[in-house]
Ligand binder design. Structure first.
Ligand code: XMP
Length: 320
């Protein structure tokens, strides 16, 4: 049983120095590797790992082509300012190929997971010679695995490392006693920029969770652009999460004075405490109009913008 550290008992300086010491003791003269996604958990792990190991830690950011506009460069830039080198691995083609022809939501998620672990990160870990893998697992992940909400992960099997060969490989999970609030507090104490430890939730499958039907380069470009507009205009809304979703249907619109089939974007903005239930935020019509006109003006091919007013349940927060 992992012993939880509650926020009220968390002394971040003490926690950070204990974890740094544990990593130093485990890795010794070896080398370690970790994948940074820009989410709060992997960002905090990267910083703790860097404090402990400096150049003996290799941090990779896998550019899967499914992220927000400029995300890889932005995250790597934040870390550069803090003295941490982040290697961006361009795997866009591999992910897009793995996703081609897939329309089923679960198959989409599976293709992304498999491509991440088996093809891309697995290959990097195997080739790196690093024997220590730093992971941002938190206590909630453990609970959800036990409850069957998340799948039990045998990380080495996922990485395509033969169990016979796992001898000598070690996983280090410095955040496993914390929940999200504790991780955020630790991120703040580590000096991470607010943008990294206080972001709205973003799903692992990224923009692929917001494209209904097959994920293609064209659809990714549309949803990415619309996402950036929605995030910019709703940044001050105080809502729990907001997003743009690209529908698979085409709807009739006018293009250069002619009737044409165009794309349809659905805007969602949620009030929620823990994402288990959620209600649509009562945005003003003014802001909705601003979002619609900005999307129609800046995202080619879109002729319809709608706002979701259903609650979760029965809806989910993401569309896929
Ligand atoms: P749903 O769509 O299930 O989302 O109502 C609940 C919360 O979880 C996020 N989400 C994910 N996060 N991997 C993640 O790391 C995923 O596959 C995933 N799917 C949904 C979603 O953004 C929301 O905050």
């Amino acid at each position: 049983m992992t012993k939880e550290i509650k926020v009220k008992d968390l002394n971040t300086d003490k926690f950070i120095s204990e974890k740094v010491a544990e990593i130093v003791a485990s890795v010794g003269n070896g080398t370690a590797i970790n994948a940074l996604s820009g989410g709060v958990d992997s960002s905090v792990v990267t910083m703790i790992g860097h404090k402990a190991l400096g150049k003996k830690l290799r941090t990779v950011f896998i550019q899967n082509g499914l992220m927000r506009e400029g995300e890889a460069e932005k995250v790597a830039g934040y870390f550069k300012k803090m003295g941490v080198t982040v290697e961006i691995i361009d795997a866009r083609k591999e992910f897009l190929e793995a996703l081609s022809w897939i329309t089923d939501p679960e198959e989409k998620r599976e293709a992304i997971t498999q491509t991440f672990y088996k093809s891309v990160f697995g290959r990097i870990v195997r080739e790196s010679g690093a024997r220590y893998l730093l992971q941002g697992t938190i206590l909630t992940d453990v609970d959800e695995t036990v409850a069957g909400i998340k799948r039990q992960h045998n990380v080495f099997a996922q990485l395509g490392i033969d169990p016979q060969d796992t001898f000598g490989y070690h996983i280090l999970e410095p955040l496993i006693q914390l929940r999200k609030d504790g991780v955020r507090m630790t991120g703040k104490a580590l000096g991470l920029p607010e943008e990294l430890f206080n972001r709205i939730p973003f799903p692992g499958p990224a923009l692929a969770a917001r494209i209904i039907g097959e994920v293609t380069q064209e659809k990714l470009d549309i949803v990415r652009k619309a996402t950036s507009i929605v995030e910019k205009l709703l940044a001050g809304s105080g809502a729990f999460q907001y997003m743009a979703i690209l529908h698979d249907d085409r709807v009739t619109g006018m293009c250069d004075g002619k009737r044409d089939f165009g794309r349809q974007i659905e805007v969602r903005c949620w009030d929620s405490i823990d994402a288990r239930t959620a209600t649509p935020t009562r945005l003003s019509f003014d802001i909705l109009e601003k979002i619609a006109s900005s999307i129609l003006k800046s995202v080619p091919g879109v002729v319809s913008v709608t706002y979701n007013i259903a609650t979760k349940p029965p809806s989910t927060i993401e569309a896929v």
